[in-house]
Design a protein around this ligand. Structure first.
Ligand code: ZN
Ligand code: ZN
Length: 337
């Protein structure tokens, strides 16, 4: 009876923890600032007194600098950068350290209950490596988000629109679906491209140092790769008409599952198309398989989902592994010779 109560308590603690994680994770990186754009241009304008924001931002900027920033439609840039960078770091590392504390420290002895790879943990040197590399990417990424949000807020060129019905109501879900597919297809094909032997060894292997990923691993990758992923997402509001609520919602969805998929914690997704966290954890465990992030679609189309009768390893390229019997026969023949 006592045990049951403790289990219930533990279960309740997990639910509360995941709700906190969900709220915090959705605020990572500076893109939420585009909501400020939306609010400042919508009928709720009076709710945000932008003149007070201007005052705060201009305190530390000389009049000469303001002129330069205004010319580039970047007035209030220091404030945007400050908000984007601090919110990113507080939320992202808050979530990642939260996972560390809740699962990896407090529930380490029960790893078989919650961990995708219950008997293996990242080495301390790789933990330090992913925190340092992830931090530098986050710093760069959040600054870029801050600059873009600032530029668009100040009326810089973009195709973002602010009236919900400007392109018709059906355009909202359609554009969300199009952005989701644009991201999911590019993420799959670029990721798969990075798994060819040359690009893998020179660039993508950095991310695959983490055989048992943690939430910190989500943005710990070669800077060139990070810039590419961030770049094709940041390009969207400059290419097609998109409402900030749609843009930010789809971005937050991908960031949230990016974190969950790397957490190392077994979790089923709420949406039927979203693979559970075990799927990407297996990508880190088996290397050249399970390339997708937010759906099974492209892995299913190209038959690159991991299979129990195939063997996978860092030197088995291509995405299909090899039959287990073949490698066993090879090992046997090696032993014989
Ligand atoms: Zn990979
Ligand atoms: Zn990964």
């Amino acid at each position: 009876m006592v045990e049951l109560t403790e289990q219930t308590k533990d279960g309740a603690a997990k639910v509360v923890f995941m709700i906190v994680v969900f709220i915090a994770a959705t605020a990572t990186r500076g893109d939420w600032l585009l909501f400020v754009v939306y609010l400042s241009k919508s009928q709720w304008q009076t709710l945000i007194d932008t003149s007070s924001l201007n005052e705060v931002a201009n305190v530390s900027v000389s009049s000469e600098d303001v002129g330069v920033l205004e010319r580039w439609k970047l007035q209030n840039l220091p404030l945007f950068l400050l908000l984007a960078v601090t919110s990113s770091f507080v939320m992202y590392y808050g979530v990642a350290f939260g996972f560390m504390w809740f699962f990896y420290i407090n529930r380490r002895d029960k790893a078989h209950e919650w961990k995708c790879q219950p008997t293996k943990f990242l080495t301390p040197s790789n933990e330090r490596h992913e925190i340092l590399l992830g931090s530098s990417n986050m710093l760069f990424g959040s600054m870029v988000s801050g600059v873009i949000a600032c530029y668009i807020t100040n009326g810089g060129y973009s195709k973002m629109y602010y009236g919900l019905s400007d392109y018709g109501w059906s355009y909202l879900p359609l554009s969300a679906f199009a952005m989701f597919m644009y991201n999911d297809s590019l993420a799959y094909y670029l990721h798969r491209l990075f798994h060819n032997p040359f690009l893998y060894r020179h660039i993508h292997k950095v991310h695959h140092r983490y055989h048992q990923p943690t939430a910190f691993s989500a943005v710990a990758m070669h800077p060139a790769e990070f810039v590419l992923y961030q770049g094709y997402l940041a390009a969207i509001p400059f290419m097609v008409p998109i409402h900030p609520a749609v843009f930010v919602t789809v971005l937050l969805y991908t960031y949230y599952y990016g974190l969950m998929d790397h957490s190392g914690v077994k979790m089923d997704a709420f949406w039927p198309w979203q693979p559970p966290s075990q799927f990407h954890d297996n990508h880190h465990k088996y290397f050249h398989v399970n390339f997708g992030f937010n759906s099974y679609l492209f892995d299913w189309l190209h038959d690159t989902i991991d299979k129990p009768n195939r063997e996978y390893a860092e030197d088995i390229f291509g995405g299909f592994g090899r039959p287990k019997t073949e490698s066993k026969a090879k090992a046997k023949s090696l032993k014989m010779s």
